[in-house]
Design a protein. Structure first.
Length: 201
């Protein structure tokens, strides 16, 4: 049976996000940029902000460890929107097509409570979502099963009722284990065929 709804991740599914988009402006030398992102402002360091820690708290703590990079660390907070390079056209088109067919759509994102509003403003596709669950508000993140269960409760759907679309293999695996239909988003061109194969568009 076809899913009754689609559950979308946000970053690198609806909008493109990459810290390098900002930091290549700050560190024009690719080697220096790579070193900074692998040794200082790492994704592991950023993760707590997606679970409720403020950017200010996180940047202050890291700046105390790397005072020589204080300005660059605070850029993560102050220039956050420069990490985005726009919406993904194939996803926007798919969301519009699903909306035209009346299929319910929702969001499930690891995202800071401080950046939700600015992210939602980046694409009209977000306006087609009937609701969303954001990790920074709920204080629990994918791939923790609790956040998937929360999404089911909030949207009144069983896991098997939803197609979950995410760019993270870990998040996809966790959703599959809970009984969701899943699509691992690695190639925007593969999205529409995946939806067509399920009879959704």
């Amino acid at each position: 049976m076809s899913p009754k709804a689609v559950l979308w991740d946000f970053g690198n599914v609806i909008v493109r996000w990459n810290p390098r988009t900002l930091y290549q402006k700050i560190f024009p030398d690719p080697v220096v940029c790579d070193r900074f992102l692998s040794d200082v402002c790492t994704l592991a360091w950023h993760t707590p902000t997606d679970c409720g820690v403020t950017f200010a708290e996180n940047c202050a703590a890291l700046s105390a460890l790397h005072p020589q990079h204080e300005a660059e660390i605070w850029a993560w907070h102050r220039r956050w929107d420069e990490m985005f390079s726009g919406p993904i056209a194939e996803t926007e088109a798919a969301i519009e097509a699903l909306h035209a067919r009346g299929l319910p759509q929702y969001g499930l994102s690891n995202i800071s409570h401080e950046t939700i509003d600015s992210t939602l403003a980046m694409s009209p596709a977000f306006g087609r979502l009937a609701g969303f669950v954001a990790s920074g508000r709920e204080l629990v993140m994918k791939p923790d099963p609790a956040i998937y269960r929360l999404a089911c409760e909030r949207f009144g759907l069983a896991p098997g009722d939803m197609l979950f679309v995410d760019d993270s293999a870990r998040n996809i695996a966790a959703a599959r284990d809970l009984g969701f239909d899943v699509h691992h988003f690695t190639d925007p061109a593969a999205l529409r065929p995946a939806l067509e194969a399920r009879g959704l568009i």
